[in-house]
Design a protein around this ligand. Sequence first.
Ligand code: AMP
Length: 215
Amino acid sequence: MYLVLLGPPGAGKGTQAKRLAERLALPHISTGDILRQNVKDGTDLGKQAKGIMDKGLLVPDDLVAKMLDERFNNPDIKKGFILDGYPRTLAQAKTLDDILSRKELAVDLVVYLNTSDEIIIKRLTGRLVCSKCGANFHVTNMPPRVKGVCDSCQGSLYQRSDDNETTVRKRLEVYKHEVASLIKYYTQAKKLRSLNADLDPGVVLGQIIELSAKA
Ligand code: AMP
């Protein structure tokens, strides 16, 4: 199952992708996570990406495509993947098809997680992320049992530098500019299914699993 999660920042792509990856025993591939790891490790890619990410803009297509192509060389994608954060533009959707077709693979299903702007801003500006396992919490909606500490692995929690209101609004603007063409592309390919991601995350997860069983 080659599944792509599409949706605005804060729609719950990361949370759903993590749970789906566990349930379906598939790797979770997040371009944002790979980029953040590069920033943390101080790689050339990380150095080029950091300023762009902090402004809420998109890292150039060629850099992200190369990074993804390298990730797809890992044999763990033989049975499938849950892809989160890519594609973000029509050009990236076409690149994804190209990279996969060279490996005789193709996207099976694209799930679009639809969410309202106000919910996104509340979710993201209160989001806390575990520095060790990447689990997400929220200061009010889903606080950790112990302040600043991950419930699952005891890693320390931090706020992403791009989860402030100004950058979140910019990320939303960038997202909206690009998403219409992606929706059209995957609708024409008969691969797109839309879900209301304002619902409880457990309900949304169940719906994605149902869709993936039918795909
Ligand atoms: P995310 O974790 O998916 O919200 O991504 C965080 C940031 O990483 C984005 O705001 C972009 O700056 C960058 N990024 C992640 N995925 C991509 C992508 N597919 N294309 C370009 N930039 C990306």
